[in-house]
Design a protein around this ligand. Structure first.
Ligand code: CUA
Length: 160
């Protein structure tokens, strides 16, 4: 069978692209471990206060300058509010909603997740720079949406 030169080139380009995509996908999945989200934790939204870990919200040290911060969101705020951590701390945020869909965003960082009633959102961030970080809701949740915010205070000095 005779193929025109351009047709041959085009076929090789197409086949090559396909092969490249399969390789990228394989490396992503098996070498880098990128998978669709799984083990998504659910919670009964009317029983947040009785369900661990939300029965004991707050900051808990789990390693050297590593913390778990269990928070709830509700119309129109977050609890606990104004949490203080030392500089350089890695914080694993564990957040759920007591009522409607809220957002959980810390501008200037990669923290930006939806908080859905019945679901537990997890996001991890290291705070190298001391200062006050705004935590805000970026999902319209009602009349007080625009005031729904709190602060994360990253203390200048190390662990105390
Ligand atoms: Cu909560 Cu907007």
């Amino acid at each position: 069978m005779h193929l025109h030169r351009y047709e041959k080139m085009w076929l090789m380009f197409g086949g090559g692209a396909l092969l490249l995509f399969v390789i990228i996908l394989t490396v992503n999945a098996y070498a880098m471990g990128n998978m669709p989200p799984s083990h998504m934790q659910m919670i009964e939204p009317s029983k947040v206060d009785e369900t661990p870990p939300f029965d004991k919200p707050g900051l808990r040290q789990i390693g050297e300058n590593e913390y778990e911060l269990v928070m709830t969101s509700f119309v129109f705020g977050y609890a606990p509010a104004n949490v203080e951590i030392p500089a350089g701390a890695t914080v694993h945020f564990i957040v759920t909603s007591k009522d409607v869909v809220h957002g959980f965003q810390i501008p200037g960082t990669n923290v930006n997740t939806m908080v859905l009633p019945g679901h537990i959102s997890r996001v991890t961030q290291t705070f190298a720079e001391p200062g006050e970080y705004l935590i805000l809701c970026n999902e319209y949740c009602g009349a007080g949406h625009h005031v729904m915010a709190t602060k994360l205070i990253v203390a200048d000095e190390g662990k105390e």
